[in-house]
Write a protein that binds this ligand. Structure first.
Ligand SMILES: Cc1cc2nc3c(=O)[nH]c(=O)nc-3n(C[C@H](O)[C@H](O)[C@H](O)COP(=O)(O)OP(=O)(O)OC[C@H]3O[C@@H](n4cnc5c(N)ncnc54)[C@H](O)[C@@H]3O)c2cc1C
Ligand SMILES: C[S@@+](CC[C@H](N)C(=O)[O-])C[C@H]1O[C@@H](n2cnc3c(N)ncnc32)[C@H](O)[C@@H]1O
Length: 654
């Protein structure tokens, strides 16, 4: 599977139509394009009727092969707007091997000014579109787009979803034989349920026969324009195998759409937002007076991508999470709440230089670029000891601003000064208690209290570690304001927010005390010297009295495999009993349902990169709760699943 992104190579012909150099075919006909989409995809799948029939709080899931310019998506969204109930939702999942670059996307969609209400929001969020799953949120969450960037034959097998309607697009089978394969048809069937419908422009005989073999009843119907006939189909095959029970979806929680979220840091506020956008009434319980007072309370955090050239689960999570966070940030005020000033990771020793070399070969230049020292200095605006990897779309964020923005939803109620001590389940409701005081109750609870989730019995066994970290606030000077990008070595320093730079951060695996220490300020200043002696001089570090430095300390909360812990929770004891056989034979998949603690979810373990992983994890929690397509590959969601530890323990006998 490639991590290297290739954009669409487009030539614009004399009629203004985009023509694919990769496939030697046009994306759409300028005049008939929209009519063709309406006939082939919307008409054949009776989409208007399906939208009109959606009950409040239900969603329709459309799957598409070939996002291209997004025309099918925009037209479907417009139809949804016209026909669906205000509380219904649309989830559009589309695969694209060669996404359009931003400039081509602008040029393509501006061909349809009548669709501007749909195309402009996409353009605003069309940033950080990199390989893998890329989630977008539109219309205050009524519409979700999950773009799977990569070859359809690599991407669809990773999708965990049930598709209601397929738009089988992609260039013509004769121009694109690699896509129209039995593997593709098998995936369409795997992701369908009886009643799933399909529309496609092609009537090629072997495509029709292959779809029939895969379980679709197909028929030819009259076409439009130059196409005499097109095809529609309905899935009449078997339901797919749901997979291992410990990762299968828990049943939907009965009762009102009400949820409690415990903790108002990045994980809690983004989980609350993801649920509220899906129509849930959310009560957030936070022990402090205001949100973001613990790990999420630093003045500046860095969008720092620690990637692997091998496409590990963590690396995939980082790329998807980075994209999602970046798109959320577009709604915040640049300069005050965040800045896309880029992030430079210095090649500070030979090992790091070697690691960076591999990454530069594995990823595209829109994501990261290897720079020589002089190039790096020109971008950073200060003298540097080495070149490094530059992430042009990275930057810094004021995490409390992101938390506040996420919590500003009319369906979210924040209860401050409320420390939850205990959870109890009574009938179908989870109750949050502080001693003898019942604070709130709801059928669904998301535990987002960082390492303190272990206080609650269902999370007591989660292997979470707290690592103290301290940042130093440095007043900017005329000279230091030349710094134009975040620069990282073992530590990091950001361009000023207001008139202060944030310099971070120490790691202490033992201390439980959060009082800032002089020693750690000194340690941070040493990290700054490694980053840039020039910048240290500009900041007048030699004259600073470390005893007078300002800063703050908090705990990171880390899991042993550095992946966050996100998903539904099961009863430990019952889990161990249900799957005890795995201790003897790890290859078995016992047909025993997982003993879920119905309605209980966790979102924690974001370590040193919560800005990148927590917002997408909010979407992941919401997808678990609402039974929606997962915003991450199935294997990545499994790698983040709370059950992974219980499972490993059983298999290794520890
Ligand atoms: C020094 C330092 C530097 C960092 N730098 C970066 C960086 O540059 N980039 C990056 O991406 N990440 C960085 N991180 C990591 C990032 O800050 C965290 O991953 C993220 O903030 C975790 O968010 P959270 O919501 O899980 O935890 P928290 O922000 O700690 O939120 C947990 C919340 O739960 C509340 N709570 C806990 N128990 C209860 C209870 N029983 N009842 C009610 N409320 C409760 C707490 O008060 C708190 O508000 C840094 C962390 C530290 C400490
Ligand atoms: C005709 S265009 C799609 C038009 C699009 N649905 C629209 O509304 O504009 C076909 C798209 O399929 C994509 N594609 C072709 N083969 C693919 C594959 N194997 N995997 C993923 N995408 C593919 C192409 O890159 C192209 O963007």
């Amino acid at each position: 599977m490639s991590t290297l992104l290739q954009h669409a190579q487009i030539d614009w012909d004399d009629q203004g139509r985009p023509h694919s150099r990769q496939y030697d075919d046009v994306y759409f006909a300028v005049n008939e394009g929209i009519e063709e989409t309406k006939h082939v995809f919307l008409g054949q799948t009776r989409l208007a009727e399906r939208f009109a029939n959606l009950a409040p709080h239900t969603s329709l899931v459309i799957g598409e092969t070939g996002f291209g310019t997004g025309m099918n998506f925009f037209c479907a969204w417009q139809l949804f707007d016209q026909h669906a109930h205000g509380d219904a939702r649309l989830h559009f999942v589309s695969v694209e091997k060669y996404p359009l670059g931003h400039a081509d996307m602008v040029r393509a969609v501006r061909l349809w000014p009548e669709l501007a209400a749909y195309t402009e929001p996409l353009l605003e969020q069309y940033v950080a579109v990199h390989p893998g799953f890329q989630q977008f949120t539109f219309a205050d969450g009524r519409v979700t787009l999950t773009l799977l960037i990569g070859d359809v034959l690599d991407q669809l097998p990773q999708l965990d979803a049930q598709i209601d309607v397929w738009f089988l697009d992609g260039f013509a089978p004769a121009k694109n034989p690699d896509m129209w394969t039995p593997e593709l048809f098998a995936q369409l069937a795997r992701l369908s349920h009886p009643g799933t419908v399909l529309g496609t422009f092609t009537t090629t005989g072997w495509v029709r026969r292959s779809l029939v073999e895969a379980g679709f009843a197909m028929k030819k119907v009259p076409g439009i324009g130059k196409k005499w006939e097109v095809m529609s189909g309905e899935y009449i095959g078997a339901m797919p195998n749901p997979g291992a029970p410990w990762y299968a979806r828990p049943a939907a929680t009965p009762g009102p759409r009400e949820a409690l979220v415990i903790g108002a840091g990045l994980a809690g506020s983004t989980s609350a937002a993801s649920l509220a956008r899906r129509g849930w009434q959310v009560t957030v319980l936070e022990r402090h007076a205001v949100p973001a007072q613990e790990a999420s309370g630093n003045p500046q955090g860095v969008l720092y991508l620690k990637l692997s050239a091998h496409g590990t689960a963590l690396s995939q999570m980082i790329l998807s999470g980075f994209g999602y966070t970046r798109r959320q940030l577009e709604r915040l005020q640049r300069g005050r709440d965040w800045d896309a000033c880029g992030v430079l990771q210095l090649a500070f020793d030979s090992k790091e230089a070697e690691r960076q070399g591999k990454l530069a070969a594995a990823f595209d230049r829109d994501l990261l670029q290897a720079l020589e020292r002089t190039e790096a200095e020109a971008i950073a605006g200060v003298g540097l000891p080495a070149g490094g990897l530059y992430y042009p779309e990275g930057g810094w964020v004021h995490p409390p601003a992101l938390c506040q923005q996420q919590l500003q939803h009319p369906r979210i109620r924040l209860l401050a000064h409320q420390e939850v001590i205990e959870l109890r389940k009574v009938d179908d409701l989870w109750q949050a208690w502080a001693g003898e005081r019942l604070l709130a109750s709801a059928p669904v609870v998301v535990l987002a209290a960082a390492a303190d989730v272990r206080r609650f019995a269902p999370c007591a066994q989660l292997p979470l570690k707290r690592i103290r970290g301290q940042i130093t606030r440095l007043p900017s000077t005329d000279g230091s304001r030349a710094l134009r990008t975040v620069v990282c070595a073992e530590g990091y320093v950001a361009p000023p927010r207001g008139d202060e730079h944030t310099l971070g951060a120490s790691f202490d695996f033992h201390s439980e005390d959060l009082t800032p220490t002089v020693a750690e300020h000194q340690g941070n200043l040493a990290l700054l010297e490694e980053i840039s002696t020039d910048l240290a001089q500009r900041l007048g570090v030699a004259e600073l009295d470390p005893g007078q430095l300002q800063g703050r300390a908090a705990f990171r909360c880390t899991s042993p495999d550095y992946l966050p812990i996100v998903g539904p929770l099961a009863d430990d004891q019952a889990f161990a009993e249900a799957y005890a056989v795995l201790g003897r034979d790890a290859r078995q998949v016992p047909d025993v349902p997982c003993p879920w603690l119905g309605g209980l979810y966790v979102n924690s373990g974001h370590g040193s990169r919560g800005l990148i992983t927590a917002p997408l994890s909010g979407e992941l929690v919401a997808a678990w709760v609402c039974g929606e397509p997962l915003p991450l590959p199935r294997a990545v969601a499994e790698a983040c699943h709370p059950n992974r530890f219980g499972l490993r323990k059983m298999i290794r006998g520890k």
